[in-house]
Design a protein around this ligand. Sequence first.
Ligand code: SIN
Length: 304
Amino acid sequence: MPDCALTLCVDNGATLAQTAGTGLSGDVTVSADPAEVAGAFEGLQATLQTGYTGVRVDGLRLVDATDDQIEAIRRLVGEYCVAVFPGQYIGPEDHVALIARFGKVTHTPGVNMHPDHDEVHVVANRGDPAKPNSGGFHTDTCFVAKPPSFTSLSAIEVPDHGGDTLFANQYIAYESLSEVMKGWLRGLRLKHVVSGTDRPEAVPDPVWHPAVRTHPVTGRKALYVTYADRCIEAEGMTPAEGESLITYLYEHSLAQHAMYRHRWSEGDFVMWDNRCSLHAAVYDHGDQPRTLYRVMCEGEVPFE
Ligand code: SIN
């Protein structure tokens, strides 16, 4: 480890051969050489939260991040799929300004926006009994040509217990497929649509994206699939074949060893990379209020 201020507290850069019982097969890679991520990022500490997924970053006030630190964060989120920054207490204006440093700010059409900040999506149950509205594990707004690269949530009000968010690592999902399956997926595109919406005016035309996409920052390949209501067709396959394949890939993506579960505290700022992860909220907090502000930025057209 070089003498640098960013420490990644994990023995990294290795390839782990998975053993029986892990839920994964094949060889999966544990991300990048931390020395590459490190550098002159004074005071920033990054700690891996599970075997593969989720990194906690301390020693940094995000709103004061230098350009080098923003680049380090871009890299960390890309490598570990999700980064958690505790105790940030970021308000809507600073939130939008921060995400604008990662790309063009965007939002999902038709969602509930903040009355005074038109780029801030308010994710809230308003004290009503919590109802699932994110529909299970998904990658955000995959039904547009340039889906968001990053989504971020700032925790305004959190339940005493429950209301966690789960993240699944789609690099591991891809890498743990057999070579035969990887071969079948080469060149395959899937059709993405909006589902569960009562906002027809906000629904764009379906788009086709590669089933496997290469992350532009890490160069790693990740599965890019969601559940069959949103991912409705595999190009060149019969509806039955497509549905079976998509359902298989989706279920395969949710191996517990490739997941991170975030338990919210007020002031948390969490940022994930939609190009290499799925996420889902757990609605088990009854009528305890849960309010998160959400800001995203646009990504690129997915490529294989
Ligand atoms: C989302 O699906 O973007 C929101 C996740 C959450 O409410 O935890």
